[in-house]
Design a protein around this ligand. Structure first.
Ligand code: NAP
Length: 299
């Protein structure tokens, strides 16, 4: 029998993930803090709208969370835990600290239910096209029971180890994402300062060894000073704090992450926290003086 899936968090990622579960015939119900988003999806798909997270927990076998940060996940899990029973699985696709995943799992398991940390990668495009990859922490048997739901929204599911291992892997991913964003934005700012035709720079560089997902997807918008909501830079800043914390626990540090995080914090203080991470281009253009900065910003 197909598991009945429920989704909490219909943001840039969760909304598309829920749509893909619906296409696979798995979506039973949703709940979102801002009710209008749940109402719109219910109208579109015919799924139920749960009155609250507890009501959602009562009617679903697999509950998928995709919310912003650690405190949001822990607050929601504390709220819905009393409604959980053996056989149910909570799947957290948010990006949070490994320790948060372990605390969430403890609360869920105290009710006899199961938990998987399943952070995803692939951006809003990956969520739309069901081509996300997910790095899973938890019991392999629990993963097998949740697999039909994960398969509906991802192209690759990789088991990483016990609860927390998925989130630790996502931290590794986010360090790389920070380095790539920093390199691409800095390089294109140099191209702008050197007076190069940036569309052609993206075309030719993208076809060679320096080509990458971020350059291909975000380069063309970035050079038009356009940073549409994709992955909010405030969310990546939150992830980089997790990476730094993990590095500290491993008796090390991440100089690259520290630099990118400082740039994000400057942008957030200037009111750009809801822009896509490609808005890092603003900071990089400023490195080349007021003229390049003005040109980068289309002024
Ligand atoms: P988003 O567009 O900002 O959406 C956040 C969602 O979480 C919204 O539905 C929001 O509800 C809900 N939410 C936040 N705090 C809540 C709370 N305390 N209680 C209940 N609901 C709460 O974020 P997103 O881009 O979808 O990202 C979601 C998660 O996936 C984050 O952890 C992010 O780091 C991760 N992620 C994002 C991407 C990406 O490219 N965007 C890629 C991979 C992973 P409202 O609608 O009421 O605001």
């Amino acid at each position: 029998m197909k598991p009945r899936a429920g989704v909490i968090g219909l943001g840039a990622m969760g909304l598309s993930m829920a749509r893909n579960m619906d296409r696979a015939g798995l979506l039973a119900a949703v709940w979102n803090r801002t009710a209008a988003k749940a109402q719109a999806l219910a109208q579109e798909t015919g799924c139920d709208i749960a009155a609250d997270p507890v009501a959602l927990a009562r009617q679903c076998d697999v509950l998928v969370l995709c919310v912003s940060a650690d405190a949001d996940v822990l607050g929601l899990i504390a709220a819905l835990a009393p409604a959980l029973a053996p056989g149910q699985i909570v799947v957290d696709c948010s990006t949070v600290a490994p320790e948060t995943a372990r605390r969430a799992a403890e609360t869920v398991r105290a009710q006899g239910a199961d938990f998987l940390d399943c952070p995803v990668s692939g951006g809003v495009e990956g969520a739309r096209q069901a081509t996300l990859v997910t790095m899973v922490g938890g019991e392999p048997a629990t993963l097998e029971r949740a697999r039909p739901v994960l398969a509906a929204m991802t192209r690759q599911v990789v088991w990483m180890g016990p609860v927390g291992a998925g989130q630790a892997t996502k931290a590794v991913n986010q360090v790389m994402a920070a380095g790539i964003a920093a390199a691409v934005t800095e390089a294109l700012a140099l191209g702008a300062a050197a007076g190069l035709p940036l569309e052609r720079v993206i075309e030719v560089v993208g076809g060679g060894a320096a080509g990458n997902w971020f350059l291909e997807r975000r380069g063309p918008t970035m050079i038009r000073n356009d940073f549409p909501a994709g992955f909010k830079l405030a969310l990546h800043e939150k992830d980089l704090a997790i990476c730094e914390q993990l590095a500290l626990q491993c008796q090390g540090r991440l100089p690259l992450v520290e630099a990118v995080r400082a740039d994000y914090q400057t942008l957030m203080a200037a009111g750009f926290g809801d822009e896509d991470i490609s808005a890092l281009y603003r900071r990089k253009c400023a490195l080349f003086g007021p003229q390049t900065e003005q040109e980068c910003h289309g002024e």
